[in-house]
Write a protein that binds this ligand. Structure first.
Ligand SMILES: Cc1cc2nc3c(=O)[nH]c(=O)nc-3n(C[C@H](O)[C@H](O)[C@H](O)COP(=O)(O)OP(=O)(O)OC[C@H]3O[C@@H](n4cnc5c(N)ncnc54)[C@H](O)[C@@H]3O)c2cc1C
Length: 306
């Protein structure tokens, strides 16, 4: 419903979960005490995994958390971090020992007003608060560590396992809005002496939009149901839902723009806004290619039901 009404509200809400989920999974009692304030919106969180040289290849993260007498000192750069600019805390993934690769990845709860932290706002094609994060000699107490040293990659991937479903759900909301807008438009617009809704080729577009929308919705519902009922990781089904729903929503929205004709590409039209808003969903929380890699690998290993 958030995706239907406001893609921006959806992204802020979803990233609030993404940025605090590691605390819910592995935080100390003092860290978990923050969660109620974040649930109320009294604090805003970000999830800082991606780096300039570590995008799809998250195991390549180079942000360093060097142990100090009292805790850790963070140095590194994070890129494309949602909610930066409005967030006050971020879950930051860094390595305590570069020699260990992803086995050294550890999560930290970082106040964004700490000395050495710089937020650089970026502008995306969709209305989406986002920026880069510079960490230069950021001194953190040992209590800023979330969970155990070396548990960071597991926390990051378990978080994505939950929130990729919400990306799929947002895509369903945006696609449903596009179909509703298109239906409203074709019912009123007349060409060749009758409404567009009465013309068979337009009805064919509408039918294809409905099939894509329903398929996307069912994939998301299945992944969410499995996530809620199995209690464990359901990575493949989550990837199927994220890939299927975001790609389907892009097709639905593109057809809606087509049905609006010239009006669909004019700045300010709802379908023009949706056309820009849907595009990043095929990239963030793992690109469509990464979802295909996860699904394909599971199939090749015989590790998923058919
Ligand atoms: C709007 C937006 C919000 C974001 N929010 C966050 C956030 O809050 N926190 C965060 O940590 N990150 C965030 N990201 C970053 C996002 O997760 C990355 O952009 C994404 O994982 C891809 O990384 P990259 O941009 O470096 O592209 P790259 O990894 O460089 O990939 C470039 C292209 O190559 C393809 N590719 C890469 N490897 C392969 C392969 N092995 N096989 C086939 N194709 C491949 C990719 O699919 C992509 O099409 C956000 C990104 C955007 C656009």
């Amino acid at each position: 419903m958030l995706g239907y009404v406001s893609a921006r509200a959806d992204s802020i809400f979803a990233v609030q979960g993404l940025g605090t989920h590691a605390l819910a999974l592995a935080g100390s009692p003092a860290q978990r005490a923050h969660l109620k304030a974040f649930a109320r919106g009294a604090g805003i969180a970000a999830f800082a995994l991606t780096e300039p040289e570590a995008g799809s290849d998250v195991a390549a993260i180079a942000t360093r958390a060097a142990p100090t007498a009292d805790g850790y000192r963070l140095d590194g750069d994070k890129l494309f971090i949602s909610n930066l600019g409005i967030a006050d805390h971020a879950t930051v993934f860094a390595t305590t020992d570069p020699a260990l690769g992803s086995a050294g990845t550890t999560a930290f709860w970082v106040p964004l007003d700490a000395p050495g932290v710089t937020v650089k706002p970026m502008t995306a094609i969709a209305a989406h608060p986002i920026g880069a994060l510079e960490l230069r000699g950021v001194e953190l107490p040992a209590s800023a560590k979330i969970g155990e040293v070396g548990q960071g990659m597991k926390l990051a991937l378990t978080t994505l396992d939950a929130f990729r479903v919400s990306v799929g759900a947002a895509a369903v909301g945006m696609a449903r809005r596009a179909l509703d807008e298109a239906l409203g438009f074709v019912a009123g617009r007349r060409q060749f002496g009758k409404t567009l809704a009465e013309q068979p080729l337009v009805q064919a577009h509408l039918a294809d939009m409905m099939v894509d929308l329903d398929a996307a919705r069912l994939l998301v519902l299945r992944a969410a149901y499995l996530k809620d009922t199995t209690g464990g990781r359901v990575t493949t089904e989550v990837s199927i839902a994220k890939l299927g729903a975001t790609e389907a929503a892009q097709r639905v929205i593109d057809r809606a723009v087509q049905l609006f004709g010239g009006r669909g590409v004019m700045a300010g039209a709802i379908v023009e806004h949706l056309y820009r808003a849907i595009r990043p969903l095929r990239i963030y929380e793992g690109t469509s290619e990464i979802q295909r890699t996860i699904i394909g690998r599971a199939l090749a290993q015989g590790a998923t039901k058919r």
